[in-house]
Design a protein around this ligand. Structure first.
Ligand SMILES: [Zn+2]
Length: 279
């Protein structure tokens, strides 16, 4: 089954070969993070709670799942909670949908007051972090926490302004996600998509694996945003586009496309020469 919500194109660069379009779900048969082969569970490439439908079957062991669930909980369940509730995204626990949502507004400078609103009245700001380019591409030194160019309040800024006006507040603030966790989340999406596209056995080296598992502090080397060419088309709900060049597989990731989420670039890993032709 293909994800009707987004693109599954694995594009080709001039000096690359076409590894084909993934047809989800793809059965893997071992943990894509630690390669264990027992007690495997299915892996959603984009969380179900954000409307993701692409799946890898038997692709994560219990131990790695605990780690990746923590990442997803922070991003999908905490950071995107307002927009998920207001936009009616799918949930496995409909009864647990919040009946009120909090929006911080400022009554005086630097003093937040937490406004409790019903989902219908909540502006549900959608905040995306725009990162600096992956240092693998920029050649700059890798910081332990990814540098943020800007935090973009997208699509719903007008509703926020209206709320501020209505309440007579002086401003509002939007909670930001943890930067490293956010970048690990994007890396996890890109890596699991890439495994579905080219197969786990095609990787000679996976660059992002240790950082996703929290065992390395180099996520900024592999995940970021680039000013130049965008690979995603800006259509569909979520998009992943893989490009293979000089043996290195990069994936462009755009989440919640219709709300104009930015494109992230993830340098996922190096493939075996048999997959990537030697120029
Ligand atoms: Zn594992």
């Amino acid at each position: 089954m293909r994800d009707s919500l987004g693109s599954t194109t694995l594009n080709t660069a001039p000096d690359s070969n076409n590894a084909g379009e993934p047809q989800f779900p793809v059965r893997i048969g071992r943990c894509i993070y630690c390669l264990a082969t027992d007690r495997l569970t299915d892996e959603h490439i984009i969380p179900h709670s954000l409307g993701g439908m692409w799946q890898l079957l038997d692709a994560s062991c219990e131990q790695c799942r605990i780690i990746t669930s923590k990442i997803e909980r922070h991003i999908a369940h905490e950071h995107f909670i307002a927009v998920r509730t207001v936009a009616g995204f799918p949930t496995y626990h409909p009864k647990k949908r919040p009946s009120t949502l909090v929006q911080p507004i400022q009554v005086r400078k630097d003093e937040d007051h937490l406004l409790k609103l019903s989902p219908g009245d909540h502006p549900a700001p959608l905040v995306f972090l725009q990162f600096e380019a992956p240092t693998f591409l920029s050649g700059l030194e890798t910081p332990s926490i990814p540098g943020v160019v800007t935090a973009k309040v997208i699509a719903r800024g007008a509703k926020l302004s209206k709320l501020v006006e209505k309440t007579g507040a002086s401003g509002y603030s939007v909670p930001l996600p943890d930067r490293a966790t956010y970048a690990r989340f994007i890396a996890k999406v890109a890596f699991s998509y890439a495994v579905g596209a080219v197969g786990l056995e095609s990787f000679a080296e996976v660059f992002v694996r240790e950082a996703i598992l929290g065992k390395a502090n180099d996520i900024a080397k592999w995940v970021g945003c680039v000013d130049s060419e965008q690979w995603t088309t800006g259509t569909g709900e979520h998009e992943c586009v893989g490009v293979l060049a000089n043996g290195i597989l990069q994936v462009g990731v755009r989440l919640l496309t219709k709300w104009h989420g930015p494109e992230y670039r993830v340098v996922v890993g190096r493939l075996h020469p048999s997959v990537s032709p030697v120029p």
